[in-house]
Design a protein around this ligand. Structure first.
Ligand code: IMP
Ligand code: MG
Length: 186
């Protein structure tokens, strides 16, 4: 499907993998599922900056439980379309999560290196529960043994941009999830 929304010039010619309507519908379903699974409990949503920002804010509004947010940021070394394996925490939690039900919210679970690192780190703070919600899952690329509890969409080994996801920091603001044309990648 080619996107023809003329209000978005930098969107032109990009193939849309998941439209904003499909994303919105799926986020509502996940929010409803989380609300059922943790009925009566308070949640802390921990977003991984910057990619998970849109997913977290949409998901939070689809959850009908008492919710607070926090954010962490990590840097991974290596080229922009690859994860090198080394992860470093560059922004820690602002508030303690001990005894809390934590939903770690990520844009995309790829090799799993980032989320296994973060899970290990967050577990050291003794949360009551720790679960993962990821907008996208690319199981074919997994290097670490890790799965998400809530997955928006499972995709093949494709590089995607939009809805928070970037290529060299660009395209995060595309409202749809699009495929990055291979000839424009490094
Ligand atoms: P992992 O540590 O390999 O699981 O990498 C996860 C991170 O790599 C994600 O949070 C993204 O920032 C980035 N990433 C992986 N695949 C893509 C993609 O297709 N588009 C944009 N970013 C991606
Ligand atoms: Mg990311």
């Amino acid at each position: 499907m080619l996107n023809k929304r003329h209000t978005e010039p930098h969107h032109e010619g990009l193939r849309v993998l998941f439209s904003r309507e499909q994303i919105a519908e799926r986020v509502q379903e996940i929010g409803a599922q989380i609300s059922r699974d943790y009925a009566g409990q308070a949640l802390v949503l921990v977003g991984v900056l910057k990619g998970a920002a849109f997913f977290l804010t949409d998901l939070a509004r689809a959850i009908s439980l008492d919710c607070t947010f926090d954010f962490v940021a990590v840097s991974s070394y290596g080229k922009s379309t690859k994860t090198s394996g080394a992860v470093k925490l560059i922004k820690d939690l602002d508030h303690p999560i001990e005894g809390k039900v934590v939903v770690l919210v990520e844009d995309i679970l790829d090799t799993g290196v980032t989320l296994s690192y973060l899970c290990k780190l967050l577990r050291q703070h003794n949360p009551r529960a720790l679960v993962i919600a990821t907008c996208l899952d690319k199981p074919a690329r997994r290097l670490e043994r890790i799965d998400a509890d809530y997955v928006g969409f499972t995709i093949k080994n494709q590089f995607v941009i939009g809805y928070g996801m970037d290529f060299a920091e660009r395209y995060r603001n595309l409202p749809d999830i699009c495929l990055m044309p291979p000839n424009q990648r490094d």
